[in-house]
Design a protein around this ligand. Structure first.
Ligand code: HEM
Length: 312
């Protein structure tokens, strides 16, 4: 455990912050207005603003964002844990946005757009997994200094993470139900639970393209986790008969499996980090901890794409 105690540099007087989460009013600029400004400033950065804010702060509510870090213990490592937790929530939001839009493009039969978006989504996952590098500098004793202050808070209660799992087809009525009592979060979690996932939409597309997909993959209870389907596997096997750059479905499948590969690495790194920090102690969220996490690391979102490898 660090023998030193944290000292918190004061950044924002939080009493003065506009706590509204809504977008703030801002003017827009144009090439012409920017050019005129640079003439007026003789090419130097603008440093004088009216009012009590500036456009950079207002664009992303930065003062509000930087007022939301409240470590609760005397432990040095809690600030690192707190900030990285929030950063990960933001990255899950960015990732979910990409997956949501990849699904929209599939619905519109725009496969190459979807591939482009999935490529960014994969990079998001790599970035999220790299965040474990920072968290892995927390030692067991350092974590113990603030663990009690988490109460029963746990990453498993992350609704943003649950949206990511659900849009990828890893549905769970039980995990969703943890948010039932939160009226401003539950409706969208429930909606996400009951809506066909990105992969379900890809299966509909395979069907639209003339692949023989059986009814059980086209009409089912969407709140259940996707399970391997023989007709979907056969469709992918046909797609893989032509493994070329010109075959968009082949390119899509490769983007999907690369995404899944990176997500597995993300899960695995979390599991290993947890084992390193808390060993076999129970989780704060009520689970057995690493034993439970080891089980979830085995999940693949697109099972047929893994299964066909041994037949190619
Ligand atoms: C660095 C110290 C961390 C430890 C020791 C830790 C430990 C655990 C444990 C034991 C679980 C199992 C559920 C339970 O709590 O009973 C869990 C689940 C989870 N944790 Fe962490 N965690 C850490 C950091 C994080 C961070 C920073 C995030 C990102 C926000 C995160 C995201 C998650 C998620 C999303 C789950 C649920 C996994 C699933 O549903 O598949 N964890 N964690």
């Amino acid at each position: 455990m660090p023998s030193y105690k944290p000292k918190y540099p004061k950044i924002v007087e939080i009493e003065g912050v506009d706590a509204s989460p809504f977008p703030r009013k801002m003017s827009i600029s144009t090439d012409e207005s920017r050019y005129n400004t640079s003439i007026n400033t003789s090419g130097k950065p603008l440093t004088i603003y009216k009012g009590k804010s500036n456009p950079y702060i207002d664009y992303q509510n930065v003062d509000l964002l930087l007022s939301l870090q409240h470590p609760r213990s005397e432990g040095y490592d809690e600030m690192c844990f707190y900030v990285m937790g929030q950063v990960k929530e933001m990255l899950f939001k960015g990732l979910h946005f990409e997956l949501f839009n990849a699904r929209e493009q599939i619905k519109d039969n725009k496969i190459s757009n979807s591939i482009e978006i999935l490529n960014r989504a994969t990079n998001f996952v790599k970035y999220i997994a790299d965040a474990w590098d920072v968290l892995s500098t927390i030692k067991t004793e350092g974590f113990n200094e603030f663990r009690d202050y988490l109460g029963t808070a746990s990453g498993q209660l992350s609704f943003m993470y649950r949206h990511v799992e659900f849009i990828l087809g890893n549905k769970s009525v039980k995990m969703a139900s943890a948010h039932k009592n939160v009226p401003h979060v539950w409706p969208e979690i429930e909606n996400s639970l009951k809506t066909p996932s990105l992969y379900d939409e890809i299966i509909f597309y395979l069907c639209r393209e003339g692949y023989n997909i059986t009814e059980d993959a086209l009409q089912r209870d969407w709140s259940k986790t996707y399970k391997m389907n023989k007709s979907v596997k056969n469709a992918w096997l046909s797609v893989y008969q032509e493994p070329t750059n010109e075959n968009l479905l082949f390119q899509l499948a490769e983007s999907l499996i690369t995404f899944d590969e990176q997500f597995s690495i993300y899960r695995w790194r979390h599991f290993v980090l947890v084992k390193k920090i808390i060993g076999y102690k129970s989780g704060t969220g009520g689970s057995s901890g690493v034993e439970w996490l080891e089980k979830v690391t085995k999940h693949h979102f697109f099972p047929e794409l893994w299964d066909i490898r041994s037949e190619l």
